[in-house]
Write a protein that binds this ligand. Structure first.
Ligand code: ZN
Length: 249
């Protein structure tokens, strides 16, 4: 039996237009979808995105914005913009979608041969940004491959020969970048953010993972950013949430 091929998404943040661009460009390249949390918060389509996740995503871990929007979190630690978005999302979510988001499992969770988490293996809210952060996380992985999100930075880290190295991502001129997984090496892979990239590239980020070939593909794809921005403004959400989509920061 061949292993399923995965489409790996993170930090969709209620951006329906961005999600549509992923599905169009990845069609035919995967059998199963995995989502690393932050379905909602920031964007203007929390219900459409949550309904799509409920119907289509096999495995989901929760993110901090999911907890916040579900009302499970003290919003004191959120900045004013994120707090406003979480409160707005909480008001918007239908009872079914609110129940679903509230019940999402905490990572890390184990899947066939790899792990999935929002932040780090020890703390779902920890940002693994630099090689030093990754170096502290690798010893706590239970498998040699793990996927994480939360930072909205596509790429990740590999650990081999007692050294942590950064894994590359497509340049702004590239649409994709392959990564062949090597033996005796551990990987912490960030697919990037679907709905609010922060690595300076406003295009949607995602990853395809084909376990049988130990093959991974980072992708970036343009989407109808103007439509997503217009919805954010129309919803009365903070303007900065629309503006930052255009710069990818
Ligand atoms: Zn996020």
């Amino acid at each position: 039996m061949p292993a399923p091929r995965y489409l790996i998404l993170s930090d969709i943040h209620a951006n329906w237009e961005a999600l549509q661009a992923v599905l169009e460009s990845a069609a035919g390249d995967y059998d199963r979808i995995l989502c690393l949390g932050d379905l909602v918060g920031y964007g203007a389509d929390p219900n459409s995105v949550t309904e799509w996740v409920r119907a289509n995503v096999a495995i989901v871990v929760r993110g901090n914005h999911d907890r916040a929007s579900a009302g499970l979190e003290d919003l004191e630690w959120f900045n004013p913009v994120a707090r406003r978005a979480a409160e707005w999302t909480h008001e918007q979510l239908t009872p079914e979608n609110l129940a679903y988001v509230s019940a999402l499992p905490k990572g890390p969770i184990a899947i066939e041969g790899f792990q999935a988490m929002h932040g780090s293996p020890l703390d779902e809210d920890e940002y693994v940004v630099a090689a030093a952060d990754a170096g502290q996380s690798f010893p706590y992985l239970e498998t040699s491959l793990a996927f994480f999100g939360h930072t909205h930075l596509q790429g990740g880290f590999q650990w081999g020969l007692n050294r942590v190295r950064t894994v590359g991502r497509p340049s702004v001129k590239q649409k994709e970048l392959p990564l062949q997984l090597e033996p005796d090496t551990a990987y912490l892979i960030n697919p990037g953010s679907v709905g609010q990239p922060r690595d300076g590239d406003p295009r949607v980020g995602y990853v395809l993972y084909h376990p049988d070939e130990r093959f991974l593909m980072y992708r970036r794809v343009s989407y109808d950013l103007t439509a997503a921005q217009a919805k954010i403004l129309r919803a009365g959400l903070p303007e900065v949430l629309a503006e930052r989509l255009a710069v990818g920061r």
